[in-house]
Ligand binder design. Structure first.
Ligand SMILES: [Zn+2]
Length: 100
């Protein structure tokens, strides 16, 4: 393998591993993820570790638009087991644009 392909493979492997670890910790990442904004709004977004077109990535925090309060804010993923059924239903009503 060429060195560049090797580096790319390593990066993909690390990202995949990171997603697995976060899933085990109770975060549902890598698809539709329930997140909470700084104002406490819950909504669903597509969270793909390592890649995003519409948000600034800062590790487990993202700067993006909140569809509930219609404002730009920092959002963090919420552990599914910390949510009540009501929280989950509310979050599922709000989904931002379906691009990662
Ligand atoms: Zn908000």
């Amino acid at each position: 393998m060429k060195p560049r392909a090797l580096v790319l493979t390593a990066v993909v492997a690390v990202l995949a591993l990171g997603t697995l670890v976060q899933r085990r910790r109770g975060y549902k990442l890598g698809g539709n993820t329930i997140v909470r904004c700084r104002a406490g709004h819950l909504f669903t977004t597509i969270w793909i570790p390592g890649g995003s077109l519409k948000a600034v990535r800062l590790g487990m925090v993202r700067w993006q638009r909140c569809p509930v309060g219609k404002h730009w804010t920092l959002v963090t993923p919420v552990r599914e087991d910390e949510l009540t059924d009501v929280d989950r239903q509310l979050a599922e009503q709000y989904h931002d644009v379906r691009i990662p």
